[in-house]
Design a protein around this ligand. Structure first.
Ligand SMILES: Nc1ccn([C@@H]2O[C@H](COP(=O)(O)OP(=O)(O)OP(=O)(O)O)[C@@H](O)[C@H]2O)c(=O)n1
Ligand SMILES: C[C@](O)(CO)[C@H](O)COP(=O)(O)O
Length: 228
């Protein structure tokens, strides 16, 4: 089975607040995007396409190997992945979509996602259990109910898909958005895109080390892990 990796790296990182796009922020001497690309390749992906902020293409090209293809990302993560998917070669059997913002994802997670796809599932995501009590609040912040956490999972990346399934789901998404059938804001990941097309999404074990770098504290924690 051949697999192409897509790295979503076109975000600004407003919550991190760095002086450059988040994917170019360094962790132990290397930009986050470089860690993400290396993880995909080490886990068994054959080639990688990275969605980057259009204005920063040269800066990304300077830190990534020439074998990595770059495309201009969009205004949302979904738009960035859609752009990269269009640029990904049509020969691959599978597509893995990964966040540049998850630099320390162990290659084992990539391998687990690939193994599930090789076994025949159309879509698979790495997940972790929810360990805190989890509640719903109203507009005033008052707790209205507690959610049974045993059935909840935190979803990570890379998320894996049969290539034809993901391409068809993104095409259907375009149609649904034109017809206003889908709330684009609810599509926080690629699994949501295929689920909107009626595709079942299975799960494999994620890893705490695959945590997303979102706020400055996350980067401090990642720096401690990276140098251990
Ligand atoms: N238009 C966008 C927005 C996000 N992403 C990517 O999606 C991943 C997850 O998004 P997030 O962590 O929210 O990154 P940002 O959007 O950059 O962060 P923020 O919301 O704080 O600005 C990141 O690797 C980010 O680069 C992307 O490719 N294109
Ligand atoms: C794709 C993702 O990382 C899965 O957990 C997450 O949905 C990204 O959310 P963000 O708000 O774009 O950081």
């Amino acid at each position: 089975m051949s697999a192409v990796g897509i790295v979503a790296a076109a975000g600004s990182g407003s919550r991190l607040g760095a002086d450059k796009p988040k994917a170019l922020v360094e962790l132990a001497g290397r930009p986050l995007v470089s860690w993400a690309v290396d993880t995909l390749l080490a886990g068994g992906v054959d080639e990688v396409v990275v969605a980057v902020p259009a204005a920063e293409r040269d800066a990304f090209a300077a830190v990534l190997p020439g074998s990595v293809a770059l495309v201009d990302g969009g205004a949302t993560r979904t738009a960035s992945v859609r752009a990269a998917l269009s640029a990904a070669g049509p020969h691959a059997d599978a597509v893995l979509v990964h966040d540049a913002a998850r630099p320390l994802t162990p290659p084992d997670v990539v391998a687990r996602v690939l193994a599930a796809l090789a076994a025949g599932v159309p879509a698979v995501v790495p997940v972790l259990p929810v360990v805190d009590t989890t509640v719903v609040v109203d507009a005033a912040g008052t707790v209205t109910e507690a959610v049974p956490r045993a059935v909840l999972r935190r979803v990570q990346t890379p998320q894996g898909f049969d290539r034809a399934v993901l391409v068809a789901a993104y095409a259907a998404l375009d149609d649904a958005l034109v017809d206003a059938l889908v709330d684009a804001a609810a599509l926080t990941d690629d699994a949501a895109v295929v689920r909107a097309a009626g595709v079942p999404v299975t799960t494999v074990a994620g890893d705490e080390r695959a945590a997303k770098v979102t706020v400055p504290h996350d980067l401090h924690l990642a720096a401690l892990q990276a140098t251990r």
